[in-house]
Design a protein around this ligand. Structure first.
Ligand SMILES: *Cc1c(COP(=O)(O)O)cnc(C)c1O
Length: 469
């Protein structure tokens, strides 16, 4: 399997070549030269596979340059009952007739990002051990991504993590999750400022290529290909859990922000998984819903991004979207370059009057958005009907998913976080807090390890220079 860039300017590369990278050298995103296909016979033969067996069957096609025994060992070490509190790893739970929750949030930080990042941590460590290299991961977080990255990379040899977060602006639970980590390779840096200040500091470091090279600075952002690849697995796992025939179609409802999660679903469909509809749900930040309805992809200035009660979906642009558009424009990198040039200069592109929009229509996507009131009503409705408490992000997906529900087509709603992470919203919806999973009861009282820093790029450079591996 070889990889290319959506902008056409990268020499053909292997999985290991692109593993540690973010953007391709030409500014594009990496994708396989072609998608591997899965036959109905193979699908049926996977019916009773464990999660690690299924992950190997799929990921060995994308990471074919990693020796099979090594890849299997890394997968086995990642998807354990200890880490995911469940033998199925991504269990399905019925919500009502024909509608299931696909549980993706049972990992260490109780958000779906763990599924890909836990594997990424092990893949990174193995790659660095092979080359004798080391890596300093620098990131900015307003919650979920930072803690998933820290739990994936804690204690890993050759890797240190410098994570910037806005001082006193995350929820108490999220702060405690990150700051209670005592691993010496994790550096929590609370910045006196807002999330954008943190992101600007990361950008300032990334734009200093001498510094970046000297200190082997890397990232684990959502455009990393291995993250998308790891997410393909649970679409297959969910399908296998609720179907009995090889040609039976199901639909997936996906709470979406950066288009990483649903991009994996789209690729699963292209590989031959019988998916009827990919139901994309946004919150008030409806960049993606707008595109699928109108053909106009219009990024928002950061001051127009609404702060919502499903904060991990509060985006100004969808970083993975270029992968999907590349396919829609018949994989012509010149068209992709021209479209993103328009985004840079005028803030949007418009496909509605082009033949490409036909391909978008036929791709299986349907979309919708929801408001805070919709989330509250959905959390109450699901709780009344099933006794299950869902979080605000999952509620965005369930709300839009039910709008597209079709008789006879199983609907899998992706659970992207557990409600305990967003306690205040659950109290607002139901009048009482959700139950805490065991091990998380007193997390806010654990000792915390972090430093506070001004929003100043030279301060973070100094700090990294003193603490880098
Ligand atoms: C990151 C995240 C999302 C959005 O996923 P994308 O891959 O960015 O579309 C949804 N819900 C939760 C809880 C998340 O952490």
């Amino acid at each position: 399997m070889r990889y290319l860039s959506t902008r056409g300017g990268m020499a053909s590369a292997t999985f290991s070549d692109i593993l540690l990278g973010g953007l391709a050298p030409d500014g594009g995103l990496t994708l396989p030269e072609s998608y591997p296909t899965v036959t109905p016979g193979e699908l049926v033969s996977w019916r009773h596979f464990s999660y690690p067996q299924l992950a190997f069957a799929l990921l060995s096609r994308f990471a074919d340059d990693i020796p099979a025994a090594d890849l299997q060992a890394l997968i086995d070490k990642t998807y354990t009952v200890e880490a995911f509190h469940n033998t199925a790893i991504t269990p399905v739970t019925p919500l009502r007739d024909g509608v299931w929750l696909l549980g993706l949030a049972n990992g260490p930080t109780l958000a779906f990002k763990d599924i890909a990042l836990q594997l990424l941590g092990n893949l990174f460590e193995a790659a660095l051990l092979n080359t004798g290299g080391h890596l300093n991961i620098l990131g900015a977080t307003s919650g979920d991504t930072g803690s998933s990255a820290e739990y994936a990379l804690r204690g890993k040899r050759g890797i240190r993590v410098f994570m910037l977060s806005p001082h006193q602006k995350m929820s108490r639970f999220q702060t405690a999750q990150m700051f209670s980590l005592q691993d010496p390779n994790i550096f929590n840096i609370a910045v006196r400022g807002v999330f954008d200040d943190c992101q600007d500091m990361v950008k300032a470091v990334s734009n200093d290529s001498d510094f970046k090279t000297r200190y082997a600075i890397g990232t684990v952002n959502s455009i990393n290909w291995a993250r998308v690849a790891a997410q393909i697995v649970y679409y297959f796992k969910g399908w296998l859990a609720v179907t009995s025939r090889a040609d039976q179609e199901v639909s997936f409802a996906v709470p979406s922000g950066n288009f990483g999660n649903i991009c994996a679903g789209y690729i699963a469909k292209r590989m031959g998984l019988p998916i009827r509809r990919l139901i994309l749900a946004t919150n008030e930040n409806n960049v993606l819903d707008e595109f699928f309805r109108t053909g106009v992809y219009r990024v928002r200035p950061t001051d127009q991004v609404a702060q919502t009660s499903s904060p991990s979906m509060d985006i100004s642009k969808a970083s993975n979207f270029e992968r999907f558009i590349f396919d829609m424009v018949e994989r012509d990198p010149a068209v992709v370059r021209a479209l993103w040039q328009q985004v840079d200069t005028q803030g949007y592109f418009n496909l509605s009057a082009t033949p490409y929009f036909q391909a978008v229509w036929e791709s299986g996507f349907v979309t919708g958005s929801s408001t805070h009131q919709d989330r509250m009503a959905t959390i109450r409705r699901v709780h009344q009907e099933s006794g299950i408490i869902i979080d605000t992000h999952t509620a965005d997906g369930v709300k839009v998913g039910l709008e597209y529900r079709e008789e006879g087509v199983p609907l899998l709603c992706l659970e992207t976080a557990l409600p305990v992470k967003f306690e205040d919203s659950i109290i607002e919806a139901l009048g009482c807090p959700p139950e805490r999973p065991s091990g998380y009861e007193n997390i806010e009282t654990l000792p915390q390890r972090f430093i506070v820093m001004d929003a100043d790029a030279s301060a973070i450079k100094d700090y990294i220079a003193h603490h880098a591996s």
